[in-house]
Design a protein around this ligand. Structure first.
Ligand code: ACO
Length: 357
């Protein structure tokens, strides 16, 4: 493996006004606004910010709420088109099936509005309940929780989910956003780009990580010696989930936002106290075993604890994460489409070249 070429590290693959992650200083901006200020706008406000100039002009949080509500209503009317094919599949896989069923002429809000409807419907059907229609007048977080649980939920839960979805909305050119850009650059549809972005997102090195972070916490809790547990894993070449990032060499700023959200939702969350100790010991083990590497905590541990505190089952962590991230895939894809240039890099051929065989 050649790290530089195989992972495209440091290669500039897009010019963007969407978002920026400064890994050296641990900062993220979305459309020029620092992430800790983006979260105060709420999910629909953040979507309006992200989509401004790409999906429309002068967008507002209220306008985004209306459009996403219409998108959810449309998605529900199309349930019969994908639900049978998604039957008996895990939510992460079933969401991929549902996204693949999106028509090519799907609009940004039609696509982003589909995810909460699909995930709520899947969570209900796996429990043997009928999917519930959306209430387009509500915000995404509130309506998702209502469609899933079949009743209005406490405001603290709605606020926690809204904070989560807004915090994870974007962080620069992630592998999934890049995948979406590649797809739309060939002239394929926005629906195709978002479906591909989601597929790239589901891997454990990317959006598939949060449930694995909890699995790791469970395994550590069951072990006799935490430091030894880390040392053995690292000696065996394993990765510690929740640590490391291609861009962030400092602690991910979103981890603190999510941690504060856990404290607000569940002030005496036992998992959080344990995770803090685990994080401290993991960082020490990484320093011992990977000296000279700048490996810090990413968001996955705090994200997983917040999702768990909200009652989201582990197997739905990645789809709920994607619900927050989908508006960013859309913005990145629309920006790429505007550039009009197909992404087609070059490979370094390292095989043999025969003149005749
Ligand atoms: N545990 C152990 N070692 C690690 C970790 C980790 N979590 N992260 C990086 N390293 C080590 C690598 O083994 C490598 O060491 P080596 O040079 O001795 O082989 C060195 O640090 C550099 O690692 P890279 O592979 O160059 O780092 P990369 O930029 O590819 O990694 C990644 C980023 C994939 C996120 C990695 O840190 C990882 O696998 N983390 C664990 C999974 C995880 O938490 N994923 C979620 C990421 S956040 C998100 O996408 C939403």
């Amino acid at each position: 493996m050649n790290k530089e070429t195989d992972g495209l590290e440091g290669v500039i693959a897009a010019r963007t006004v969407i978002s920026h992650a400064d890994g050296e200083h641990g900062k993220i901006w979305v459309r020029g606004v620092p992430i800790d200020q983006v979260v105060t706008r709420g999910f629909e406000g953040a979507v309006a910010l992200l989509w401004e100039g790409f999906v429309g002009q002068g967008l507002s949080g209220r306008g985004a709420l209306c459009e996403l509500g219409k998108g959810r209503a449309l998605a529900f009317s199309r349930l019969a088109g994908w639900l049978p094919a998604a039957k008996n599949k895990q939510v992460t896989e079933a969401l991929r099936v549902a996204l693949a069923a999106l028509p090519d002429d799907s609009t940004p809000s039609g696509i982003a509005g589909m995810l909460p409807v699909v995930i709520a419907a899947l969570l209900r059907t796996e429990g043997g309940q009928e999917p519930l229609p959306p209430d387009p007048s509500l915000g995404t977080a509130e309506d998702f929780l209502r469609m899933w649980h079949g009743r209005a939920v406490e405001p603290s839960l709605i606020a926690a989910l809204d904070r989560y979805l807004t915090t994870v909305i974007d962080n620069g050119l992630g592998s999934s956003a890049f995948a979406g850009r590649v797809i739309i650059s060939t002239g394929a549809s926005l629906a195709a780009a978002v479906t591909g972005a989601y597929a790239a997102f589901t891997g454990p090195l990317h959006g598939g990580a949060p449930s694995l972070a909890l699995d790791m916490l469970d395994a550590i809790a069951a072990s006799q010696d935490v430091d030894d547990w880390f040392d053995r894993r690292l000696a065996g070449g394993e990765r510690l989930i929740g640590f490391g990032h291609r861009v962030f060499r400092r602690r991910d700023p979103r981890a603190d936002i999510l941690r504060a959200a856990v404290r607000e939702l569940a002030p005496s969350n036992a998992r959080l106290a344990f995770a803090q100790d685990v994080e401290r010991r993991a960082l020490a083990a990484l320093k011992r075993r990977k000296p000279g590497r700048s490996i810090e905590a990413n968001i996955e541990m705090d994200a997983a604890i917040l999702l768990e505190a909200m009652g989201v089952p582990r197997h739905a962590f990645t789809p709920v994460f994607a619900m927050g991230r989908a508006p960013s895939w859309i913005a990145h894809a629309l920006e790429q489409k505007r550039s009009g240039r197909m992404i087609r890099p070059t490979s370094l051929y390292v095989g043999e070249l025969h003149s005749e065989i």
